[in-house]
Ligand binder design. Sequence first.
Ligand code: EPU
Length: 421
Amino acid sequence: MDKFVIQGGNPLIGKVTISGSKNSALPILAATLLTPEECIIHRVPDLSDIRYMLEILKFLGAQVHYEKGTVRVKNKMINWIAPYDLVRKMRASICILGPLIARCGKARVSLPGGCVIGDRPIDLHISGLQKLGANIDIIKGDVVAQGGQLRGTTINLRGPYGSTVLGTDNVMMAACRSEGTTIIEGAACEPEVEDLAKFLVSMGAKISGIGSQRLIIEGVKELHGSEYTIITDRIEAGTFAVGAAMTKGDLFLEQAPVNHMTSVLGKLQDCGVTIQVEENGLRVSRSGPLKAFEIVTSSYPGFPTDMQAQFCAMATIACGKSKVVENIFPNRFMHISELKRLGANIELSKNEVHIYGTERLSGAPVMASDLRASAALVLAGLVADNTTEVHRVYHIDRGYERIDEKLLSVGAMIKRVYSKT
Ligand code: EPU
């Protein structure tokens, strides 16, 4: 397994171009299953999660061509069974369920299972699709759906931890080809859900209330092919912004989706970081001290759970005591014990951490456990004394396009060491 070897101490200075959004691209690729016509999707990031999704589409019968960030996909005839070996690699593969039911009238998709960030139930996806008329059972670890005629109705997708992002995607995609009107209450408002809705509209879907908690979908008989460019990745941009803040750097984040980053940028400003919105991007720099902060994760437009680990890394070197409360995935703290290995002073209790900033971290070998936890360890390595080795970087390759090359180009001392196996 590849690892990163990072020599800390260099500020990040220069320009980074932000890639297309992983969490937009995945459901948008799944949505192409809704039509037999060709779809052309631009700005698709080259990530292992994207490759898994393309493998799933190919297994289902799609013709797929992926080159230079553009995917051409044609799902002429499709198979409705997605086996465990393909689905288990990536939780987001569950978002093929809605399109398969809508297009084939049936689907068999392995349950994706939990993951290190905690329990990842799909009860809201299932109850939403059932309300549309799908008969769904769990058989031998698979979600087995017999469509019947899907009919529009009112569905509430609010769960105990807020609205569900991929659940909203699944129900919205199925509703596009259901008979009559579907109203989704408690819809997730994340920019990636909005992006999927706009893609569906470009395919001929009739959706109003896009970007709000109430989506109204008039079902149509058919959707057609479309050409679409996805939004850029607010979490990648946020991660580089934290990198600039931690290293006392000065980064221009070209194509950063500034409008989608309000809560993260506001928090960085509170910490003493300078944010300048410029044409086609964002400049992030710091010259003064980094102040401690408090964050509480919540649904969009609140502070994103996908930036929590990176802010924990930042808190380890801020002046004073920071507090972080995780409300979306209460157990998403795998990075804490690894940050402690670098000398961070952190107390964890339930879904809350208190982080006491220290003058310096000291490099050590650490283990990446999930995508955002890995990003946090890389950020910590950039400011730690001596050498930090981040093992199992395949986690980071799932969601950050060429992060080592991008960091190297702005002054970081980072090297990927390829595994021999
Ligand atoms: N939940 C339920 N029932 C469900 C679905 C979710 O109780 O049926 C709960 C979850 O357990 C969690 C909360 O609702 O407590 C939110 O989960 P959500 O369904 O919104 O998460 P997701 O759709 O599976 C997406 C992103 C995640 C991101 C979350 C929250 C993709 C591919 N994944 O996951 O991204 O953290 O929304 O914003 O879009 C990442 O990129 O690192 C990542 C994990």
